[in-house]
Write a new protein. Structure first.
Lengths: 263, 263
């Protein structure tokens, strides 16, 4: 069983991903993002991204109710359903799911962030949470009956409230449950670039030890992504291929090990 | 097995519907709209409703790709997922579905409308279609394993393209497949009003013969709704209760036959 994670960028070739998945004929769970689409929608709706600064100086995005609404529209609505449509048109019997549906991905709500507002210290808690487990039985039920799960955020917290989570953490928990033999991460680059500005600097392979070094040196979103990759291996042995999602045969290319292999 | 259809108006008490469904403990398929939400979203996004006038003078809404995008965001995204969240919070193990997921609702794409543009006759075809059948096996798979399906548009056409359909027609096809003993339609009124402007004019019961008369006299959206109600009985005997969705115990109230009963 393989896990395919599709980044949320606009340049990912969804039609080609669907064609490949229909042809390779291997059971899979697809996890997808939609951040470019979400950002565009938020802008059109005039919904601003709120950023919190903690008393210690750390910044984080604040997911209020409106942010979850926009996430539901962009990820669970538009992107998930268009992806199901494209997959079906290519012969894949796809069923779209969010972490909410059947409690597919259960999270623990994040503790609040300590901030100073109007000179007063307070704890601000948003709608975000860390995935703890997946409903393996639901995924198996679908897969054993010929359906291909297409999963995205939000996830659901311990009080059955919809929360924002990182799709990378969702992937890690799907792997924990299924012990996937392979995780394909499709991105808008030919693989992991040693020099972010040089598309010819693809690292052919990265060891887990390298990952630690890269994580220590990275920052922001990339640091979080590398951290999630590293965590993946803690949930069971697997092989990760970070590969180009923009090309004609993105899955076949990744299956041939083209891109960056992490073992 | 019962079918619960929730209208897409803002005044429907979703929390109360969820509480009731958790308590009555009967297998159900819920079909919901989101038209008020969709209209608001379309306005915020500046997406205009296109109306076609056929050469014979009939008017119809034109569902272009953008209209389907907005439908996916409002119906399949925001409303479906918030409803799943509310149901789960009340103890119902809900799974949200559109007609696309697993081919849950298969439609036949509508033939085009003959219009005159710039003096020329042409056929304009939009993304709309008429539900033909449901994937009964998928609904049974979910229900037999403790999940409650929460279904909405779009549906999927014969070429696996997402199309706009009437939720009333979706309900009819679910009934055809499941031969529901009861169909509850929750609306923003205490039942079917003999005088649309008088909330005290609720018809306690309507015969199928009455329905024909009402359909002949109605027009526009109401005519279509009554027609769909009438069609429902052609797919197998059932009992329909049109009841108030705005109150504290909307499902229990309907189960007591309060509202308008159609047999």
């Amino acid at each position: 069983m393989i896990i395919v994670k599709i980044g949320g960028g606009d340049a990912i070739n969804l039609e080609a991903v669907a064609r490949d998945l229909a042809e390779i004929n291997r059971p899979f769970i697809l996890v997808h993002g939609a951040n470019a689409l979400r950002d565009r929608l938020a802008k059109r709706l005039g919904v601003e991204r709120r950023v919190l600064t903690s008393v210690k100086g750390y910044q984080s995005v604040y997911s209020d109710e409106q942010a979850i609404d926009v996430m539901m529209m962009a990820y669970s609505g538009l992107r998930n359903k268009r992806l199901v449509e494209i997959l079906r048109r290519n012969g894949v019997n796809a069923v779209g799911l969010t972490g909410l549906d059947g409690g597919a991905v259960q999270s623990k709500r994040n503790a609040g962030v300590r901030v100073r507002e109007d000179g007063k210290l307070k704890i601000v808690r948003d709608f975000s949470g860390k995935p703890q487990s997946v409903n393996k039985a639901l995924f198996e039920l679908l897969m054993n009956n010929g359906y291909a799960p297409v999963l995205t955020v939000p996830t659901i917290d311990e009080n059955n409230v919809a929360v924002n989570s990182e799709n990378d953490d969702v992937v890690a928990k799907v792997h924990e449950a299924f012990q996937a033999e392979l995780v394909i991460q499709l991105i808008e680059a030919p693989g992991y670039l040693k020099d972010a500005d040089d598309p010819n600097s693809v690292a052919v392979s990265i060891s887990r030890r390298d990952l630690e070094k890269i994580e220590a040196e990275a920052d922001g979103r990339m640091k979080r992504k590398i951290h999630a990759l590293r965590k993946l291996f803690e949930y069971g042995p697997t092989k990760v291929v970070v590969a180009d999602g923009r090309i004609d045969e993105p899955i076949k290319n990744a299956l041939q090990g083209k891109g960056t292999i992490i073992i």
